[in-house]
Design a binder for this molecule. Structure first.
Ligand code: ATP
Length: 581
């Protein structure tokens, strides 16, 4: 019952399975104790009937009182244990699942994040886990416990009187057949509803993220109309899903409760025929309430459990995704980066073919080429942010595919165009470069990256919070923080993606001098869009259509007639002056 398939179906950990078993056992015990309470009621009724019909003396009240007190104590203890097993332990399980999801995401290849956007992933970590939490705590132990306890009572009922037992229980299997028959429809509906919900979350996130562009282009109305349409579609899907599920659940409940009528009819007939006395029917009527009550709740839970299976499969997708792993050591002979016949595709779109070049330690190697030629892709692959499909990338003779990405990245500093900052102080944002760096080290790196000039004007200096992704700073200021972070890290390999692109000329000159300090003696791979940036490079690799088209020093490539690099340089100097006539 609680095998691997069950574990997968409800995305449970090993501990979660153990908890579910415990919860089931305690539910069975609690249900049987409550049913035992019905036995006390039956005994009392029998004694009083005996007094009424045969004139027997009334039993001593303290006997029943003792029985009732015993029953209450036992029921309380059992329910306490059941509560602890079903709710208490689940909160630990939720914490473990969220941590393991976050751990997993840390190691997933970036390709995964291209397929599932932020709204979708947030929904998995928060929404899906919440939904499963409810199923783990309110459904699994309760439902399976009810199956077992009802089976026990059903056997007892059959032993007592099989005719009344059938009259009472025939609705239960019919109700379950109806519900399980509707499983596919309900599951499909919940998948559709879930997708519609994610589309709404996506739309909201996209609108908030792009609010400036939307306002600048007067597109508010269009965006809001689209968002409203998505919200309406989600509402309709939700209503349709609830309705179809509700129809099946209520029909199943009604069918099951028809058992009350058939029990009364059968009981009456058996009494009239003199085959049973009234007390037997009374006992069955008492038992019916206890058999139906957990099953009635279980019917409602089944719908929730079916919906939760969609959430479980989304969690499983993350858990089963291949993660980037490798050795925990990275012992290299120097830090030359060597690309050898590297081939790489995003899904089925091949963007790099047979790319080979070397970026030497102590040199600046610039990647140049038309937009979309694969420059940024090469930089990402050099840091194993994605895994290559063909060939090899070695650093100091070690294949980076064999090294754990976290260990590998400790040797890299990256300054990219899209700077990522956190909603924290400037001090902490820079300190991310080196865990445990002192305030003095952070400030020294910030000064070297020319951050002082704007930090001094801020109300709390380095302790000023900069808003989500540095929203309170200009593009150039954000980039200087990212350069300060790289300076602090002082790693032997530096990847720069047009790092000074958003700076004005004065600041660019200042940051260039800071960068020169950062780059000294390192292996530097620069992605350059402006030819001016690559004048100081030791080597230029020109990419075109995902292949290396030219390679050499700037002067060698400039001397090449009909060369791509020469052509690009000429184009940029022609465009240097705007022609608005
Ligand atoms: N995450 C991604 N998923 C799918 N395709 C991508 C992804 N990133 C880039 N591409 C595609 O790969 C190709 C190379 O992109 P890349 O960013 O490496 O080029 P680039 O030379 O750096 O371009 P640019 O100079 O415009 O920044 C492009 O066709 C791009 O559309």
């Amino acid at each position: 019952m609680f095998g691997k398939e069950f574990q997968r179906k409800y995305a449970l950990t090993e501990k979660g399975i153990r908890n579910t078993k415990q919860a089931t056992v305690w539910t069975v015990i609690a249900n049987l104790i409550v049913m035992g309470g019905m036995g006390i009621l039956y005994l009392m009724m029998e004694k009083y009937m005996d007094t009424l019909t045969n004139g027997a003396g009334l039993p001593k009240p303290w006997v029943f009182l003792l029985m009732v007190v015993g029953f209450v104590v036992l029921a309380l203890l059992a329910h306490l244990q059941q509560y602890r097993a079903t709710y208490g332990l689940v909160y630990g399980e939720v914490k473990d699942v969220r941590i393991s999801l976050a751990e997993r995401m840390r190691k997933l290849p970036l390709g995964f994040f291209g397929k599932r956007d932020m709204a979708d992933l947030t929904e998995t970590i928060m929404g899906d886990v919440n939904r499963l939490e409810h199923v783990w705590s309110h459904c699994l132990g309760y439902l399976y416990g009810s199956y077992i306890s009802t089976a026990v009572v059903a056997i007892m009922m059959i032993a007592f009187d099989w005719r009344l037992a059938i009259a009472c229980l025939w609705g239960v299997p019919v109700a379950f057949i109806l519900l399980f028959g509707s499983r596919k429809i309900n599951k499909r509906n919940s998948e559709i509803t879930k997708q519609a919900g994610i589309t709404v979350a996506d739309g909201i996130q996209e609108t908030i993220e792009n609010i400036r562009e939307i306002r600048a282009t007067n597109q508010e109305e269009k965006f809001l109309d689209e968002l409203n349409a998505k919200i309406d579609a989600h509402e309709k899907k939700m209503i349709a899903g609830e309705l179809s599920c509700g129809i099946f659940v209520n029909a199943a409940s009604v069918i099951m409760r028809l058992g009350v009528a058939t029990t009364i009819l059968t009981g009456a007939k058996l009494i009239l025929d003199g085959q049973i006395d009234f007390m037997v029917l009374f006992m069955f009527m008492l038992a019916i309430t206890r058999v139906y009550a957990p099953f009635d709740q279980a019917l409602a839970l089944i719908a929730e459990m079916l919906v939760s299976q969609v959430s479980a499969s989304r969690l499983n997708e993350i858990h089963e995704m291949k993660i980037a792993e490798g050795k925990k050591s990275f012992d290299t002979d120097g830090h030359d980066i060597v690309f050898e016949n590297v081939g790489f595709s995003y899904d089925n779109n091949q963007v790099l073919k047979q790319v080979s070049f070397t970026a030497k330690e102590g040199e600046i190697t610039a990647l140049v080429g038309p937009s979309g030629s694969g420059k940024s892709t090469c930089a990402r692959l050099a840091a194993r942010l994605w895994d290559i499909n063909e060939g090899s990338i070695k650093v100091g003779g070690v294949d980076i595919n064999s090294v754990d990405p976290e260990v590998l990245l400790s040797d890299y500093s990256m300054v990219f165009q899209n700077v990522v900052l956190f909603d924290d102080t400037i001090m902490e944002n820079i300190r991310l470069g080196k865990h445990g760096a002192t305030d003095e080290e952070v400030i020294a790196a910030a000064r070297a990256a020319n951050c002082d000039e704007f930090v001094e004007k801020l109300p709390n200096g380095y302790m000023t919070s900069i808003g989500e992704n540095g929203a309170k700073l200009s593009g150039g200021e954000r980039q200087r923080i990212s350069i300060a972070r790289a300076l602090l890290k002082d790693a032997p390999i530096v990847l720069l993606d047009e790092a000074t692109a958003s700076l004005d000329v004065e600041n660019e000159t200042k940051v260039q001098s800071a960068l020169s300090r950062l780059l000294k003696g390192k292996t530097v791979l620069v992605i350059a869009h402006r030819m001016r940036t690559v004048e100081a490079a030791d080597k230029i690799v020109v990419l075109a259509d995902g292949k290396v088209a030219e390679e050499g020093t700037p002067s060698e490539l400039l001397a090449k007639e009909n060369g791509i690099f020469r052509h690009m340089t000429e184009l940029q100097s022609d465009n240097a002056q705007w022609n608005i006539a």
